[in-house]
Design a protein around this ligand. Sequence first.
Ligand code: NAP
Length: 250
Amino acid sequence: MTETNNPKIAIVTGGSRGIGRSIVQTLADNGMRVYFNYSSPDDSDARQTQADVEKKGGFCQGFQVDILKQDDVQAFFKSVLKQTGAIHVLVNNAGITRDGLLPMMSEKQWDQVIDVNLRGAYLCTKAVLKPMIRQRWGRIIAISSIVGISGNAGQSNYAAAKAGLIGFTKSVAQEMASRQITANVVAPGFIQTQMTDDLNNTQQEQLLSRIPMKRMGTPEDISAVVRFLSSDDAGYITGQVIRVCGGLSM
Ligand code: NAP
Protein backbone atom coordinates (compact mmCIF):
# COMPACT_ATOMS: atom_id res chain seq x y z
CA MET A 1 0.00 0.00 0.00
CA THR A 2 1.43 3.40 -0.91
CA GLU A 3 0.26 6.86 -0.04
CA THR A 4 -0.86 7.59 -3.59
CA ASN A 5 -2.90 4.40 -3.61
CA ASN A 6 -5.52 5.54 -1.05
CA PRO A 7 -3.55 4.92 2.13
CA LYS A 8 -5.42 3.37 5.02
CA ILE A 9 -6.03 5.46 8.13
CA ALA A 10 -5.01 4.04 11.50
CA ILE A 11 -5.49 5.30 15.04
CA VAL A 12 -3.23 3.99 17.80
CA THR A 13 -3.94 4.93 21.40
CA GLY A 14 -0.89 5.53 23.58
CA GLY A 15 1.47 5.82 20.61
CA SER A 16 4.09 8.07 22.18
CA ARG A 17 6.44 5.33 23.43
CA GLY A 18 6.94 1.62 24.07
CA ILE A 19 4.73 -0.84 22.23
CA GLY A 20 2.47 1.92 20.90
CA ARG A 21 5.39 3.75 19.29
CA SER A 22 6.51 0.55 17.56
CA ILE A 23 2.95 -0.05 16.30
CA VAL A 24 2.77 3.51 14.93
CA GLN A 25 6.12 3.02 13.19
CA THR A 26 5.21 -0.38 11.74
CA LEU A 27 1.82 0.72 10.38
CA ALA A 28 3.38 3.88 8.91
CA ASP A 29 6.16 1.75 7.33
CA ASN A 30 3.33 -0.19 5.74
CA GLY A 31 1.98 2.95 4.08
CA MET A 32 -0.81 3.82 6.51
CA ARG A 33 -1.43 7.36 7.74
CA VAL A 34 -1.29 6.98 11.51
CA TYR A 35 -2.81 9.22 14.18
CA PHE A 36 -2.02 8.56 17.84
CA ASN A 37 -2.72 10.01 21.26
CA TYR A 38 -1.01 10.22 24.64
CA SER A 39 -1.86 12.05 27.87
CA SER A 40 1.23 13.60 29.41
CA PRO A 41 1.72 17.37 29.00
CA ASP A 42 5.36 16.75 28.05
CA ASP A 43 5.25 15.97 24.33
CA SER A 44 8.91 14.94 23.90
CA ASP A 45 8.09 11.22 23.53
CA ALA A 46 5.38 11.98 20.97
CA ARG A 47 7.73 14.22 19.00
CA GLN A 48 10.30 11.40 18.99
CA THR A 49 7.71 8.97 17.59
CA GLN A 50 6.86 11.47 14.88
CA ALA A 51 10.53 12.13 14.06
CA ASP A 52 11.27 8.37 13.82
CA VAL A 53 8.36 7.84 11.42
CA GLU A 54 9.16 10.86 9.26
CA LYS A 55 12.81 9.78 9.02
CA LYS A 56 11.61 6.65 7.27
CA GLY A 57 9.30 8.63 4.96
CA GLY A 58 6.06 7.78 6.74
CA PHE A 59 3.21 9.88 8.09
CA CYS A 60 2.00 10.10 11.66
CA GLN A 61 0.55 12.79 13.88
CA GLY A 62 0.30 12.77 17.68
CA PHE A 63 -2.30 14.50 19.83
CA GLN A 64 -2.38 15.04 23.57
CA VAL A 65 -5.77 13.50 24.35
CA ASP A 66 -6.31 11.89 27.74
CA ILE A 67 -8.30 8.73 27.13
CA LEU A 68 -10.12 9.34 30.42
CA LYS A 69 -11.75 12.49 29.05
CA GLN A 70 -14.74 11.36 27.03
CA ASP A 71 -15.41 14.70 25.30
CA ASP A 72 -11.77 15.06 24.26
CA VAL A 73 -11.67 11.49 22.92
CA GLN A 74 -14.82 12.07 20.86
CA ALA A 75 -13.44 15.37 19.52
CA PHE A 76 -10.15 13.63 18.58
CA PHE A 77 -11.88 10.93 16.53
CA LYS A 78 -14.21 13.50 14.95
CA SER A 79 -11.31 15.68 13.86
CA VAL A 80 -9.36 12.74 12.38
CA LEU A 81 -12.47 11.66 10.51
CA LYS A 82 -13.08 15.18 9.25
CA GLN A 83 -9.49 15.37 8.01
CA THR A 84 -9.35 11.91 6.42
CA GLY A 85 -12.91 10.82 5.68
CA ALA A 86 -12.20 7.30 6.94
CA ILE A 87 -10.81 5.22 9.80
CA HIS A 88 -9.69 1.72 8.84
CA VAL A 89 -7.66 0.50 11.81
CA LEU A 90 -7.97 1.09 15.55
CA VAL A 91 -5.36 -0.23 17.96
CA ASN A 92 -6.50 -0.02 21.59
CA ASN A 93 -3.04 0.08 23.12
CA ALA A 94 -3.02 2.77 25.84
CA GLY A 95 -2.58 1.19 29.24
CA ILE A 96 -1.26 1.75 32.74
CA THR A 97 -0.49 -0.34 35.81
CA ARG A 98 -1.07 0.65 39.46
CA ASP A 99 0.03 -2.56 41.18
CA GLY A 100 -0.65 -3.66 44.75
CA LEU A 101 -2.02 -6.62 46.67
CA LEU A 102 -5.79 -6.41 46.91
CA PRO A 103 -6.04 -5.73 50.68
CA MET A 104 -3.90 -2.64 50.15
CA MET A 105 -5.35 -1.56 46.80
CA SER A 106 -7.15 1.78 46.90
CA GLU A 107 -10.31 2.52 44.92
CA LYS A 108 -8.29 5.09 43.01
CA GLN A 109 -5.76 2.43 41.91
CA TRP A 110 -8.62 0.16 40.84
CA ASP A 111 -10.58 2.86 38.99
CA GLN A 112 -7.60 4.37 37.16
CA VAL A 113 -6.52 1.03 35.73
CA ILE A 114 -10.02 -0.02 34.69
CA ASP A 115 -10.71 3.42 33.21
CA VAL A 116 -7.57 3.73 31.08
CA ASN A 117 -7.24 0.10 29.96
CA LEU A 118 -10.90 -0.87 29.54
CA ARG A 119 -13.20 2.16 29.46
CA GLY A 120 -10.72 3.87 27.12
CA ALA A 121 -11.04 0.99 24.66
CA TYR A 122 -14.85 1.19 24.89
CA LEU A 123 -14.84 4.91 24.08
CA CYS A 124 -12.42 4.58 21.15
CA THR A 125 -14.06 1.50 19.66
CA LYS A 126 -17.50 3.10 19.80
CA ALA A 127 -16.09 6.13 17.97
CA VAL A 128 -14.79 4.09 15.01
CA LEU A 129 -17.67 1.69 14.41
CA LYS A 130 -19.89 3.98 12.34
CA PRO A 131 -17.18 4.91 9.82
CA MET A 132 -16.04 1.27 9.65
CA ILE A 133 -19.59 0.05 9.05
CA ARG A 134 -19.99 2.63 6.26
CA GLN A 135 -16.72 1.44 4.68
CA ARG A 136 -17.63 -2.22 5.19
CA TRP A 137 -14.01 -2.75 6.25
CA GLY A 138 -12.29 -2.38 9.58
CA ARG A 139 -9.64 -3.78 11.88
CA ILE A 140 -9.86 -3.41 15.65
CA ILE A 141 -6.92 -4.74 17.64
CA ALA A 142 -6.67 -4.67 21.43
CA ILE A 143 -3.41 -4.94 23.32
CA SER A 144 -4.34 -7.01 26.37
CA SER A 145 -1.85 -9.13 28.36
CA ILE A 146 -1.28 -12.77 29.28
CA VAL A 147 -2.12 -11.55 32.79
CA GLY A 148 -5.69 -11.08 31.53
CA ILE A 149 -5.76 -14.84 30.86
CA SER A 150 -3.88 -16.18 33.87
CA GLY A 151 -4.27 -13.47 36.55
CA ASN A 152 -1.28 -12.20 38.51
CA ALA A 153 -0.73 -11.59 42.22
CA GLY A 154 -0.48 -7.85 42.83
CA GLN A 155 -2.28 -6.98 39.61
CA SER A 156 -5.95 -7.77 40.26
CA ASN A 157 -6.99 -4.39 38.79
CA TYR A 158 -4.82 -4.80 35.69
CA ALA A 159 -5.76 -8.46 35.18
CA ALA A 160 -9.46 -7.57 35.47
CA ALA A 161 -9.09 -4.77 32.92
CA LYS A 162 -7.12 -6.95 30.50
CA ALA A 163 -9.55 -9.88 30.86
CA GLY A 164 -12.39 -7.40 30.30
CA LEU A 165 -10.68 -6.21 27.14
CA ILE A 166 -10.68 -9.77 25.81
CA GLY A 167 -14.41 -10.26 26.47
CA PHE A 168 -15.16 -6.82 25.07
CA THR A 169 -13.18 -7.39 21.86
CA LYS A 170 -14.68 -10.85 21.26
CA SER A 171 -18.16 -9.32 21.61
CA VAL A 172 -17.31 -6.57 19.10
CA ALA A 173 -16.00 -9.31 16.78
CA GLN A 174 -19.36 -11.08 16.94
CA GLU A 175 -21.38 -7.90 16.42
CA MET A 176 -19.30 -6.71 13.46
CA ALA A 177 -18.22 -9.86 11.58
CA SER A 178 -20.90 -9.57 8.89
CA ARG A 179 -19.63 -6.07 8.00
CA GLN A 180 -16.08 -7.27 7.27
CA ILE A 181 -14.85 -5.66 10.48
CA THR A 182 -12.55 -7.90 12.47
CA ALA A 183 -11.65 -7.52 16.15
CA ASN A 184 -8.75 -9.40 17.68
CA VAL A 185 -6.58 -9.31 20.77
CA VAL A 186 -2.81 -9.46 21.13
CA ALA A 187 -1.76 -10.67 24.58
CA PRO A 188 1.89 -9.79 25.23
CA GLY A 189 4.01 -11.43 27.90
CA PHE A 190 6.82 -9.33 29.36
CA ILE A 191 8.02 -6.71 26.91
CA GLN A 192 10.92 -4.31 27.37
CA THR A 193 9.32 -0.88 27.82
CA GLN A 194 9.02 1.78 30.54
CA MET A 195 6.17 -0.29 31.98
CA THR A 196 8.55 -3.13 32.86
CA ASP A 197 11.62 -0.96 33.61
CA ASP A 198 10.57 -0.87 37.27
CA LEU A 199 11.34 -4.57 37.78
CA ASN A 200 14.52 -4.98 39.83
CA ASN A 201 17.33 -7.41 38.86
CA THR A 202 16.05 -10.24 41.05
CA GLN A 203 12.53 -9.90 39.63
CA GLN A 204 13.95 -9.86 36.08
CA GLU A 205 16.02 -13.01 36.70
CA GLN A 206 13.05 -14.83 38.24
CA LEU A 207 10.95 -13.83 35.28
CA LEU A 208 13.47 -14.90 32.66
CA SER A 209 13.79 -18.33 34.28
CA ARG A 210 10.03 -18.84 33.64
CA ILE A 211 10.11 -17.79 29.98
CA PRO A 212 10.88 -20.78 27.72
CA MET A 213 12.59 -18.47 25.18
CA LYS A 214 14.76 -16.98 27.96
CA ARG A 215 14.34 -13.38 26.90
CA MET A 216 11.88 -10.56 27.34
CA GLY A 217 9.95 -9.55 24.25
CA THR A 218 10.54 -6.39 22.25
CA PRO A 219 7.90 -3.87 21.14
CA GLU A 220 8.63 -5.08 17.58
CA ASP A 221 7.55 -8.63 18.55
CA ILE A 222 4.11 -7.13 19.23
CA SER A 223 3.88 -4.67 16.34
CA ALA A 224 4.67 -7.42 13.82
CA VAL A 225 1.49 -9.24 14.86
CA VAL A 226 -0.54 -6.02 14.82
CA ARG A 227 0.71 -5.34 11.29
CA PHE A 228 -0.54 -8.75 10.15
CA LEU A 229 -3.90 -8.46 11.93
CA SER A 230 -4.47 -5.05 10.34
CA SER A 231 -3.81 -6.33 6.81
CA ASP A 232 -6.14 -7.72 4.14
CA ASP A 233 -4.41 -11.08 4.62
CA ALA A 234 -5.95 -11.39 8.11
CA GLY A 235 -9.51 -10.83 6.84
CA TYR A 236 -10.79 -14.26 7.98
CA ILE A 237 -9.40 -13.99 11.51
CA THR A 238 -11.68 -12.49 14.13
CA GLY A 239 -12.36 -12.86 17.85
CA GLN A 240 -8.95 -14.41 18.47
CA VAL A 241 -6.45 -13.90 21.27
CA ILE A 242 -2.86 -14.20 20.08
CA ARG A 243 -0.28 -14.61 22.84
CA VAL A 244 3.13 -13.11 22.10
CA CYS A 245 5.08 -14.13 25.18
CA GLY A 246 8.04 -16.39 24.31
CA GLY A 247 6.01 -19.39 25.47
CA LEU A 248 5.41 -18.06 29.01
CA SER A 249 1.68 -18.75 28.66
CA MET A 250 0.55 -21.71 26.55
P1 NAP B 1 4.22 2.37 28.25
O1 NAP B 1 5.61 2.33 27.74
O2 NAP B 1 3.97 2.78 29.65
O3 NAP B 1 3.33 3.30 27.25
C1 NAP B 1 1.97 3.51 27.53
C2 NAP B 1 1.40 4.45 26.48
O4 NAP B 1 0.02 4.70 26.84
C3 NAP B 1 2.10 5.79 26.45
O5 NAP B 1 2.08 6.32 25.15
C4 NAP B 1 1.22 6.63 27.36
O6 NAP B 1 1.37 8.01 27.10
C5 NAP B 1 -0.17 6.11 26.98
N1 NAP B 1 -1.18 6.41 28.00
C6 NAP B 1 -1.18 6.07 29.30
N2 NAP B 1 -2.24 6.60 29.91
C7 NAP B 1 -2.94 7.29 28.97
C8 NAP B 1 -4.13 8.06 28.98
N3 NAP B 1 -4.82 8.27 30.12
N4 NAP B 1 -4.55 8.62 27.84
C9 NAP B 1 -3.86 8.44 26.69
N5 NAP B 1 -2.73 7.72 26.60
C10 NAP B 1 -2.27 7.15 27.74
O7 NAP B 1 3.51 0.96 28.11
P2 NAP B 1 3.81 -0.27 27.13
O8 NAP B 1 4.65 -1.23 27.86
O9 NAP B 1 4.23 0.21 25.80
O10 NAP B 1 2.35 -0.91 27.05
C11 NAP B 1 1.46 -0.70 25.95
C12 NAP B 1 0.26 -1.62 26.12
O11 NAP B 1 0.72 -2.97 26.18
C13 NAP B 1 -0.50 -1.38 27.42
O12 NAP B 1 -1.89 -1.57 27.21
C14 NAP B 1 0.03 -2.47 28.34
O13 NAP B 1 -0.89 -2.80 29.34
C15 NAP B 1 0.23 -3.59 27.34
N6 NAP B 1 1.18 -4.61 27.79
C16 NAP B 1 2.48 -4.28 28.08
C17 NAP B 1 3.34 -5.27 28.52
C18 NAP B 1 4.80 -4.99 28.84
O14 NAP B 1 5.47 -5.92 29.32
N7 NAP B 1 5.33 -3.82 28.58
C19 NAP B 1 2.88 -6.59 28.70
C20 NAP B 1 1.56 -6.87 28.41
C21 NAP B 1 0.72 -5.88 27.95
P3 NAP B 1 1.34 9.09 28.31
O15 NAP B 1 2.19 8.57 29.39
O16 NAP B 1 1.78 10.38 27.71
O17 NAP B 1 -0.08 9.14 28.70
